[in-house]
Write a protein that binds this ligand. Structure first.
Ligand SMILES: [Ca+2]
Ligand SMILES: [Ca+2]
Ligand SMILES: [Ca+2]
Ligand SMILES: [Ca+2]
Length: 361
């Protein structure tokens, strides 16, 4: 009887442990009211939040948890994504190799809008941080300004604390339920020889040493920000359609103290670096002859807008296109200022536009 009860207790304990293990690997990033101080010291802000384990061996050998072991935590607020990475490594090695990923350190992969392209784009990053080195490295861009980083090395443990502004990774308007592409790799080199190769590498998400393909990143989900509700979409004073003359468009919200965020170049105002912000109600001149903020002189003016307010979830994006037929007739191809062939990853079908133009004539 006693044996049976012990078995029951053991089975229950294993069940609880397996649930806890599954929970620890959830992809949630919790909202924080108080920002951690970026100093390489684990502040109280971190303590209550779950750790994720970095345990996929993706290159070389990792002999034991003493040889190499890593965990991390993530937090967010309106301004920043915060990252705390704790690495245990039996021999801390930093030889200042040209390729810093051959030294002990971490690589942080981010796809800001989680569109998972096959090649790095403007909002896709491979950051690197090395043990005993205070510099922030990034492999895919010429320069990255605004990332703050600090570390401490105590015996065999390296603590990395990192703060990444949302606008650096192409997120203009961060909110609950937003997903970003994400992964972390940890590099291990235990040799004293400067020429020594990296001996082992572990990752949170990928299962092979993939460093140049954002489509293979994992996904994390922002959650936990208290919210009073979801904003309704902004109202447009004139609906989409054909237009004869330029006009002033009013964008407004039914709620007081609401910000309208919009673009005129077809880009998504949630992420776009060209997004324009203003308090509701605001007016926008809809004029195909003006190319300010539009990226090119097209016969249509495309307005994409959302409504945002403190303590509320931002609205969905609303798009209205105003097509000026007189300008369609005059449009030349490829003369004049022509927009780039790709907008939001869609190829503009110039041939189709020419066909429509011929039909209209
Ligand atoms: Ca700290
Ligand atoms: Ca090691
Ligand atoms: Ca992306
Ligand atoms: Ca090492």
């Amino acid at each position: 009887m006693v044996t049976f009860q012990r078995r029951l207790v053991l089975i229950s304990l294993l069940f609880v442990l397996s649930v806890l293990a599954a929970f620890s690997q959830s992809n949630n990033v919790n909202y924080t009211f108080k920002a951690p101080v970026i100093d390489g010291v684990i502040d109280s802000e971190w303590v209550d939040f779950e750790s994720k384990t970095i345990s996929n061996i993706i290159e070389g050998e990792v002999l034991s948890l003493t040889d190499l072991d890593g965990t991390f935590k993530m937090l967010w607020n309106e301004g920043f994504l915060y990252l705390l990475v704790v690495v245990n490594d039996d021999v801390i090695h930093s030889s200042n190799a040209d390729d810093i990923s051959l030294d002990d350190g971490i690589e942080v992969f981010i796809d800001g809008n989680n569109d998972k392209p096959y090649l790095f784009e403007e909002d896709d990053f491979r950051f690197a941080f090395r043990a005993n080195d205070q510099k922030v490295y990034e492999y895919s861009k010429d320069t990255v300004v605004g990332v703050v980083f600090a570390q401490t090395v105590i015996a065999n443990t390296v603590i990395y604390e990192i703060q990444i502004p949302w606008n650096v990774i192409g997120q203009a308007n961060i909110r609950n339920n937003e997903e970003i592409g994400f992964d972390i790799h940890v590099n291990d080199n235990d040799e004293d020889d400067e020429e020594a190769e990296r001996e082992g590498k572990i990752a949170w998400y990928v299962t092979s040493n993939s460093i140049d393909n954002p489509s293979l990143f994992g996904t994390v989900l922002l959650s936990g920000k208290p919210s009073l509700g979801i904003m309704t979409e902004p109202q447009f004073s004139q609906k989409r359609g054909f237009c004869n003359a330029p006009f002033m468009l009013t964008l407004s919200s039914s709620k007081e103290e609401t910000e309208i965020i919009y673009t005129l170049d077809g880009s998504d105002p949630r992420y776009s670096p060209t997004a324009i912000r203003g308090m509701s109600p605001l007016t926008v001149e809809i004029n195909p002859a003006i190319d300010i903020n539009r990226g090119g002189l097209t016969p249509s003016v495309v307005v994409r807008a959302l409504a945002a307010k403190a303590n509320y979830e931002t609205s969905e994006v609303v798009t209205h296109s105003y097509i000026f037929l007189e300008n369609v007739k005059k449009q030349t191809n490829p003369g004049g200022i022509w927009p780039p062939p790709y907008v939001n990853n869609f190829l503009i079908l110039i041939k189709k536009l020419i066909m429509i133009w011929i039909l209209i004539l």
